[in-house]
Write a protein that binds this ligand. Structure first.
Ligand code: CA2
Length: 144
């Protein structure tokens, strides 16, 4: 099984600013945790981060036909991007939306998610563990 983990804008800044919301773990540390977890549960993983909406759309399209699951934290594009929603719908690969913070307990604009409409689950407010939980969900779904 192959899982693609996509992170959107500013998530490469993890651990550098706003530690009260996003913690002190860096993006590089997060990548290591995800790769380690992939080994433990026996899945192949590819990591991708971009600050650009079109690049995120391209990456989702590239996954068509070669990827069994997508874990996506679209960052701020969660709340605005019909393009990312449409790309996820187009490839129809099972996808799980992840947010480090509890978006439903923050500003009103963060409580809107376009991307959620194309996802089989959302994990929000579980910190970085949410990525690993999303991988577990996709693996279980793939096995059944
Ligand atoms: O909680 C999440 O994971 C978010 O997707 C993170 C996005 C935010 O726009 C969403 O509403 C919720 C922002 C990621 C920015 O990450 C930073 C990390 C360190 C310093 C500054 C920003």
């Amino acid at each position: 099984m192959k899982i693609l983990v996509i992170n959107g804008p500013n998530l490469n800044m993890l651990g550098i600013r706003e530690p009260d919301i996003y913690g002190r773990t860096t993006y590089a540390d997060l990548c290591r945790l995800i790769e380690q977890h992939a080994d433990e549960i026996g899945v192949q993983v590819e990591l991708y981060q971009s600050n650009h909406e079109g690049d995120l759309v391209d990456k989702i399209q590239e996954a068509y036909g070669n990827t069994d699951g997508i874990v996506i934290n679209p960052g701020a594009y969660t709340h605005t991007s019909v393009a990312i929603l449409d790309a996820l719908k187009a490839v129809a690969i099972p996808a799980v939306e992840v947010h480090i913070s509890d978006v439903d307990a923050r500003e009103e604009f963060r409580q809107i998610s376009y991307v959620r409409l194309a996802c089989c689950a959302t994990i929000s407010g579980h910190g970085l563990d949410g990525y690993m939980e999303a991988m577990d969900l996709l693996r279980e779904r793939n096995a059944s």
